[in-house]
Design a protein around this ligand. Sequence first.
Ligand SMILES: Nc1ncnc2c1ncn2[C@@H]1O[C@H](COP(=O)(O)OP(=O)(O)OP(=O)(O)O)[C@@H](O)[C@H]1O
Ligand SMILES: [Mg+2]
Length: 247
Amino acid sequence: MIVLEGRDLTKVYGRHKTAFHALRGVSFRLKDGEILGLAGESGSGKSTILKLISGLEPPTSGSILLHGRELSPRRTKEEYRTMQMIFQSATASFHPRRTIADSITESVRTLRGKNASVDFAALADLVGLPAVLMERYPRQLSGGQCQRMAIARAMAAEPEILLCDEITSALDVSSQAQILRLLAEICRKKHTSAIFVSHDLAVIRCLCDRVTILRGGALIEEGEVAQVIGAPKEAYTRKLVDSVLEI
Ligand SMILES: Nc1ncnc2c1ncn2[C@@H]1O[C@H](COP(=O)(O)OP(=O)(O)OP(=O)(O)O)[C@@H](O)[C@H]1O
Ligand SMILES: [Mg+2]
C-alpha cells in the first residue's frame, strides 16, 4: 500500500532573473513500512523534498498525497503529527534550557493535545537509553544520545512517517552504525515508514529498501537499493557509487 506519494514536484526559489529551480518535476512513492533513501550530491534537492513533504514550504507545482488524498499547503495538526522530521544536528533541535523530557512533553502536547501523556520509560527503552537521561539538558548528552532523544521525540508523536535529514552525518562511524540499526528496528517494530536523506550511498545501502538518486533537482534513477547501487543504469549513479568505494 502507498502511504505517501509525491507527483511532479517542482520548487522554484526567487523570481524572474533570480529564479532558481531547486526541484524539477520529481515524483516518488513511499510504501507502507518501507524505508526510502534519497541520495545525491550537495545541492541536489534532497532537503527541499523533505521541506515540501513536512509542510515547511509549499511546492511551486505538483502535489503530495497522504493515503491517496492530496495535502493542502495548510496542514492540519493531525497531518503534522503523522509526519515527523529528524534533523542532522540533534543538540540544536532541543531547547538548550529545557530538559529532554520537558521538550518531548511540549512537542507531544502541541501535536496531540494539552492532556496527552508521555510514557518516558517506554520511549527511553525504544531508543535504547536509560530513562534517567530524559531529565538531562541537551548539552549533558553525547551527540549519539541526543540523536536517540530526537528519534524518541519524533516517535512520541506516534507518526506514520519519519523524515530523516542526514541524521547520522554529524556522528562518528560507530555511533552512525548504531543509529542506523536503531532506526531500522524502530521502523520494523512500530510499522513506521521513513524517508532517509543521505549523501552517503554506503549508509543508504545499509538501511534502505529503495533509493531515489537526485541531481540538480531532477530525478536520475530510482529502484531497489540492490539494483540501483549494485548495478546502476545511469552514469551519474555509477560515479556516486564509485566515489563511495574509493573512500
Ligand atoms: N530558501 C532558499 N532560497 C533559495 N535557494 C534555496 C533555498 N533553499 C534551498 N535552496 C537551493 O536549492 C538547492 C537544493 O538545496 P537542498 O538543501 O535541497 O540540497 P541538498 O541536496 O539537501 O544538499 P546538502 O547535501 O548540501 O544538504 C540548493 O542549490 C540551495 O542553494
Ligand atoms: Mg540537505
